[in-house]
Design a protein around this ligand. Structure first.
Ligand SMILES: *Cc1c(COP(=O)(O)O)cnc(C)c1O
Length: 376
C-alpha cells in the first residue's frame, strides 16, 4: 500500500528529544523552542515567530490580537480547513465565505471588496497547497477599509509571493507543524507577527495571560496576570522534534519538490489530452511542494478514480467539503455572492500520495495507474 502521508522523520529527532530530557527542561520556551523561533525569524524575516501548540491555536491568538469581537465579520474562503473559521467563530464573529479562483483554489481577490461591510474586521487568505493568494490586492483592500490580514499559511511554510515568505505579508501569519505538513512536531504551529508593537501582548496571551516570558528573560522580578490569555506554548519535546526537521528544511523541501516535479511532468500528457487538470503556480509565486493534486472531470469520475487506485494499493484522497455546506458553517457563516467554483472545483480535486522520501518507483507506479485509468 502506498500511503497518502507518512510523517517526516529525518534522523536527529530522538537525539534532540533526549537532550531536552537531559536538560531537565521539558516544558516550553527552552533551548529548542528558542532555536526554532530564531530559525523561523531568520528564514522568513518576520519580526517575531512564536511557536504554538497548533496552527489552530496560532489563528486563535491572531483573532484575539486583532480584537475580533462578537458580531464582527471575517472574510475567508469556504474551501478551507475548519480551523480557519473556528478561531474567529470562537470570538463570536461571523464567517463570510467568498468564492475561490478555479486555478489556484485560493480566495478570489476580486470578490473580496464587495463582501466588505461596516462590520468587517479581517480578511483571512488561505494559501492552499502552499501556493500564495493574490496578496497585493488583498492587502490593498485591507488598507482601504482598515482591516487586519491574518494569513492561514498552515501549508505555506517556505513558499513565497513576490519574493516574500508566506505568513510575513499580512499582520499575522499562522503556520502548522502537524504531522501532515512539510515540517512537523506532531502537533504544533507558529504565529508570525509583523508589527513589533504586537509582540509583547502575543507573548502574554500565549503564557496564560501572564508576563512570564519577560520574567524568564530577566526583564522583570516577578510575573503576574496581565491580560486574558490561554496556554498556547508547546513543550520542549515537541520543539526538539521540530528542530531536527528545520535543521534540514532545505533537504526536505528539495526532496518534496523532486516528487512534485516528477508527478507534474509525467502527468502532463493526460492534461494535454484533456483528461485532467494539473495545479497552476502563478508566476509571482514559488511553492513548497506541500501537495500534489489533479482535477478530474467531475465528482463521479473522481470517486471512480479513488476506488480504482485503492484497488491497486494507492491511497489518494479528496480534500475539504466547503465549510458553508456544513452544519456549523450554516450556523456561523454565510456565503457571500455566487458559489461558482467552491463546490464544483472541490468535487473534482484529488490529492495523490506526497510526503518526504516518497520513493521514485512509487511515484512511477501511481502515475502509471492514473494513466491506465484514463487511457486503458
Ligand atoms: C493543517 C491546517 C490547519 C490546522 O493546523 P493544525 O496545526 O492542525 O491546527 C489550518 N488551516 C489549514 C489550511 C491547514 O491545512
Amino acid at each position: 500500500m502506498i500511503s497518502f502521508n507518512v510523517p517526516p522523520v529525518v534522523g536527529n529527532e530522538m537525539k534532540y528529544i533526549k537532550e531536552a530530557i537531559e536538560n531537565k527542561k521539558i516544558c516550553g520556551d527552552g533551548v529548542f523552542t528558542k532555536k526554532c523561533s530564531a530559525w523561523l525569524e531568520q528564514k522568513t524575516g518576520t519580526a517575531k515567530a512564536l511557536l504554538t501548540t497548533s496552527c489552530t491555536h496560532a489563528t486563535e491568538m491572531a483573532a484575539i490580537l486583532a480584537d475580533i469581537q462578537p458580531g464582527d465579520e471575517v472574510i475567508m474562503p469556504s474551501y478551507t480547513f475548519v480551523s480557519t473559521a473556528d478561531a474567529f467563530v470562537l470570538r463570536g464573529a461571523k464567517a463570510v465565505f467568498v468564492d475561490i479562483r478555479p486555478d489556484t483554489m485560493n480566495i478570489d481577490e476580486n470578490l473580496i471588496e464587495e463582501a466588505v461591510t461596516e462590520r468587517t474586521k479581517a480578511i483571512v487568505p488561505v494559501h492552499y497547497a502552499g501556493v500564495a493568494c493574490e496578496m497585493d490586492t488583498i492587502c490593498g483592500i485591507a488598507e482601504k477599509y482598515h482591516l487586519s490580514v491574518i494569513e492561514d499559511a498552515a501549508q505555506g511554510v517556505l513558499s513565497t509571493y513576490k519574493g516574500r515568505q508566506l505568513g510575513t505579508i499580512g499582520d499575522y501569519g499562522c503556520y502548522s507543524f502537524h504531522e501532515t505538513k512539510n515540517y512537523s512536531m506532531g502537533e504544533g504551529g507558529a504565529l508570525l507577527i509583523k508589527d513589533p508593537e504586537n509582540i509583547e501582548r502575543a507573548e502574554i496571551i500565549r503564557e496564560k495571560g501572564t508576563n512570564r516570558s519577560k520574567f524568564f528573560r530577566g526583564q522583570i522580578d516577578k510575573y503576574t496576570w496581565m491580560d486574558a490569555g490561554s496556554s498556547y506554548l508547546p513543550s520542549e519535546l515537541n520543539a526538539a522534534y521540530l528542530w531536527a526537521q528545520l535543521e534540514v528544511a532545505d533537504t526536505i523541501l528539495d526532496n518534496r519538490m523532486r516528487s512534485w516535479n516528477m508527478y507534474f511532468s509525467s502527468l502532463k500528457e493526460l492534461e494535454e489530452k484533456g483528461y485532467i487538470q494539473l495545479p497552476v503556480i502563478p508566476k509571482e509565486c514559488t511553492h513548497n511542494a506541500h501537495m500534489f493534486y489533479i482535477k478530474t472531470k467531475d465528482l463521479e469520475e473522481r470517486q471512480d478514480l479513488i476506488a480504482y487506485l485503492e484497488a491497486k494499493g494507492i491511497k489518494a484522497v479528496f480534500h475539504y467539503i466547503p465549510l458553508h455546506s456544513s452544519p456549523a458553517g450554516r450556523k456561523y457563516g454565510t456565503f457571500y455572492g455566487e458559489d461558482r467554483y467552491t463546490t464544483k472545483e472541490s468535487e473534482r480535486l484529488l490529492r495523490l500520495p506526497m510526503y518526504y522520501h516518497l520513493e521514485k518507483k512509487d511515484i512511477e507506479f501511481v502515475v502509471e495507474q492514473v494513466k491506465r485509468f484514463y487511457l486503458g
